[in-house]
Every structure is written in structure tokens, then in C-alpha cells.
Design a protein around this ligand. Sequence first.
Ligand code: ATP
Ligand code: MG
Length: 327
Amino acid sequence: MNLKEMLLSLSMIMFGGKGGVGKTTCASSSAIWAAEQGRNTLIISTDPAHSLGDSLGVELNPGEPTKVPYLNNLTALEIDPKKNLDQYSHLMNLSSLSSMEIPGMGDGLPIMEELQDLTAMNPPGIDEAFALLKVLEFLETKHDYDLVIFDTAPTGHTLRFLSLPETLSSWIGKLLKIRMKLGGFFGLIKKLFTSEEKREDTSLEVLERLNESIINAREDLKDPLKNSFVIVMISEEMALTETGRLLNELMKYSIPVSNIIVNQLYLEEEELCDFCKARRSMQQRNLMKIEEIFKNKLGKNLIKIPLFREEVREESKLKEFSKFLID
Ligand SMILES: Nc1ncnc2c1ncn2[C@@H]1O[C@H](COP(=O)(O)OP(=O)(O)OP(=O)(O)O)[C@@H](O)[C@H]1O
Ligand SMILES: [Mg+2]
């Protein structure tokens, strides 16, 4: 499937790649195009260093979905890890019980070991884990969007993000197990340590529902009829190796990839200066390798985009950019 077909038929598309290559630009421009075709589109930035609002030329408050004023059918959201952390923090409280002395529970109890295990599992990016949880939960409930586009953070961060459903699922699985084992006793200590409101939220059903959302979302991410990851790269040796690594990782998670965007290419123009000519021949050399590996060997669709004279942001430039993405 090419990008145009994907924008018209899939329900989720993620844009990712190395830092600064044009992920946000490609994601915003694609979202604008899809919305113009009548698809109710939501674009979400999962990069903590947000630039989605700047790209679209719209003021966004983290955590608040905002309608893009110049276009029907387009809503933008920059996720706010802090906000979600608050919402889910009671789940964390549960694991922090392990560091407390609970009367009557000796050292050797398997429950304590599991609780400790659980605390150790809290990854450093737990705030982002909960932000993702929130997004996954949202995707798995009924909503009005035909298409959700993800503008992701640079590679390393995004890969951690994609591995989070596994981490979260096993984390919640453990919580569920502990909840069941502790049963009535847990009810008692819970009363001691949590407020009325939190007590309701940490119910078994909430955890079970969360776990189900994660499992379903994980399946959706792997379904080529629902989701695809679009890699954005530039024509440089380093980008080539990094793209290879990213592709490998995505394959490991069974996330479909069929399109690779090669951005910021110098076109063949008579008036190129010496410097630009040198850049251009460097790009052409790498482009041959990119075509050889990603197109011929791996069968990916390559989308080539020229380097614009100006920064590519806000409505008119992003629309101009989308012509290259689609044609
Ligand atoms: N083809 C292009 N021609 C000219 N400028 C471009 C092109 N593509 C992107 N840009 C510009 O390059 C800059 C970086 O683009 P963008 O923010 O989309 O990259 P990114 O990969 O999202 O970066 P980050 O890793 O920081 O999130 C922006 O100023 C954007 O306008
Ligand atoms: Mg970006």
C-alpha cells in the first residue's frame, strides 16, 4: 500500500525516524491531506519535546485535543505525561506498598517478592507509560476519528515507547495476580492507605479493562489493515544504518512498514552552487544504496521529497509538501 492509500483506508499511521529529519512535518502534512479528503483525523504527538503546534501553526495546550481552526476534520493533541501520571498514580501506590512494613507479612512471603519485583519493574519513563496507556485506552474505546496519526519522538525514544505495551501488560498482569492473592486482606490494607475515591479506582475491573485495552491495542498495532509505521529519513550514511536498525526493531514487534520517506533532497537544478552540488552528489550516492536495500531488497515504497527553500510549516507550506507525499 502506498501512503495515499494508507491515508484513505487505515485507522492508525505512525511517523518515526532519526531526530530532525522531518517526522513532524510529514505527519502534519499527511494529517492535513487526510482531513481534506474528509477523514475525521486526529494527530497526536508522543514526543515530550513537542513541536506539533509549531508545525501546524496552532497553539496547543498539552493534554488538550484542539481543533485546527483552518481545517474541518482535523484535531491535534500533544500528550501530557504529567497529567496522565496524576490520573494513574493510584496504580503506582499499589506497588509502593512493597516498601512498607505490613504487619503479619513476613519476609519470606511470595507476595512480598512479587511486590518488590513490581516496584523494580517501574521503568524510568513510567510517566510516558501512563501517557501511552491513556492513548491506548482511548483508541480501544469508541471514538469519532477515522484516522489517528502519530508524530513520534526520535528513534530510541519511540522504540522504548513501542515496547511499553509489553511492559505495561506484564506490570498490570502482576498487579492483577497480587490483587487476587491478597483478596480480603488487601481490602483491609487498602482501607488504611488509600482514600475513598482511589479505593474505587483501583478495583480489579479497572485493571482488567486496562489490560484488555493494551492487549487489543497491541494486536491493532500489528494489523497491516489498521496500522502502518512510516519511516522518515534523509539521504545520509548514518541515516541509512539507523533506518536499518529501526526496521529490524519494528519487525521484532511485528509492526508493519511499507513506506519510507527520503526527505530534504537537493534537486537537479542548473543554478546549484558548489556546496549544493557536493551535497547533492553525496545524497545521490546514498540514494542508490537506499534504493538497493530498502526498495529492491526489502520491497518498501520510497517517497522522495525535495529540500524546500524555506521552512515547511503552517497550512500553505504543509499543503504544498503533501503533494510530494501523495504523488
Ligand atoms: N523538505 C524539507 N525542506 C525544507 N525544510 C524542511 C523539510 N522537511 C522538514 N523541514 C524543516 O526541518 C525542520 C525539522 O523538521 P521536523 O520538525 O519535521 O523534524 P522532526 O524529525 O520532527 O524533528 P524532531 O526529531 O526534533 O522531532 C523544520 O524546521 C522543518 O520545517
Ligand atoms: Mg518532531
